[in-house]
Design a protein around this ligand. Sequence first.
Ligand SMILES: Cc1cc2nc3c(=O)[nH]c(=O)nc-3n(C[C@H](O)[C@H](O)[C@H](O)COP(=O)(O)O)c2cc1C
Length: 156
Amino acid sequence: MTGQKRLLVVYYSRSGGTERMAEAVIRGAQDDAIESVEVIVRSALEASPADVLQADGIILGTPENFGYMSGAMKLFFETIYYPCIDHTQGLPYGLFIRAGNDGQGALTSMSRIITGLSWREVVEPVIISGEFDDTCLDGCTDLGMLLAAGLDTGIY
Ligand SMILES: Cc1cc2nc3c(=O)[nH]c(=O)nc-3n(C[C@H](O)[C@H](O)[C@H](O)COP(=O)(O)O)c2cc1C
């Protein structure tokens, strides 16, 4: 028995693409096989430092806008960075991105900030680019399930 763990999912979506990805991530994280992980979902606009400080793992999702993460996700990092930087080192994390092009601008911009936080990437990022492809949602479900299963079994 590893005790109850908390997996925080923080995302922003304006036109629904990233939200569909988030729903798949959450579905995976709440798989029946996972016994002791509580999934907490927050908008990037409302997530607080306390949400992050209480989390055992975190998954972040954003669209790529203007070659960068969304403004909402940037606000999230601005909100939590200094309250969390000395207390969340090694926090296991995963990312998902919805983009019209390749999503690399969002990925690079988030990764740079997360490097500053010293969080630990434990699953590959999932990017759905171009036309929305429902089959790629399986990758989102896997992302949620992998991170939750790692917390559940005490691997992370
Ligand atoms: C203002 C704006 C800027 C955008 N800039 C980019 C961009 O730089 N690169 C890209 O790949 N997609 C860009 N897109 C496309 C969005 O990433 C895409 O529409 C995505 O589906 C939005 O996610 P959402 O449906 O979760 O809101 C942009 C969209 C908007 C509205």
